[in-house]
Design a protein around this ligand. Sequence first.
Ligand code: PDD
Length: 286
Amino acid sequence: MSRYAYVNGRYLPLRDAKVHVEDRGYQFADGVYEVCEVRGGRLIDERRHIERLQRSLEEIRIPLPMSTKALGVILREVVARNRIGYGIVYLQINRGVARRDHAFPSPAVAPSVVVTARPLNKARNEALAKNGIAVIGVPDNRWGRVDIKTVGLLPNVLARQTAIDQGARDAWFVDAGGYVTEASSANAWIVTKDGTLVTRRADHAILRGITRTVVFDEVKGQQGLRIEERSFTLEEAYAAREAFITSASQIVLPVVRIDGRTVGDGKPGPVATALRQEFYRYAEAG
Ligand code: PDD
């Protein structure tokens, strides 16, 4: 089936969807992005993703190039043109096309806007969630503002590939103090022996995941679950009852091995499984 993308005002077949060689996203990773899940053809948590996008843009001083309503129309149009039932939509906004110079273009140029979408394989994702995944710890060598969802993802790319090269599925970044920050494209969680959910505080050292926020709402809505926003070490994670990651593309994905050590009984735990099953009761389908 043909795929389509939105590029700077036009909907184009993917093979014709191109950006300029002097696009600042390409030359400097001078831009931000969002990934939103699509389910039943509808965007999940669109409002929160757009709010986070606005914050990211403000932090790197790129003006929002159109109204959030217009952005929503484009996102839905790309989903519709690609006939996505279950999948993801990707949106990038960067500082635009200008002669290569580190300083912002002066006078300012129009930001570049690109939207793509692709289907995800539901059966494969469900199988992953049923079996759980293995992760490894890697040093967190990213910059100090990973709370901004920038397209500069080289450390994340290298961390993910290191994990794959070692037979794992993902990497958990570990900061200089020995504490887990997050996964290469997801937030990291554990469930302690006493049943408390633990995830790092959302400061400048992690991205405040939308899925993470929805899981907070979900935990509040369920009796008997406690949540703590604090740092944890890999050692604490090895000894945890459960571990999992959260992201828009994988929702709640159980982690059953960390650095080759089995977490809990080596199977996805009841807390992660229930959070995954109930997730859409707390998410917003737009
Ligand atoms: N990644 N942390 C990082 C570093 C991420 O890249 C992501 C999302 C998250 C989870 O955020 P959310 O729950 O809002 O998806 C945390 C997307 C899915 C990606 O890069 O593909």
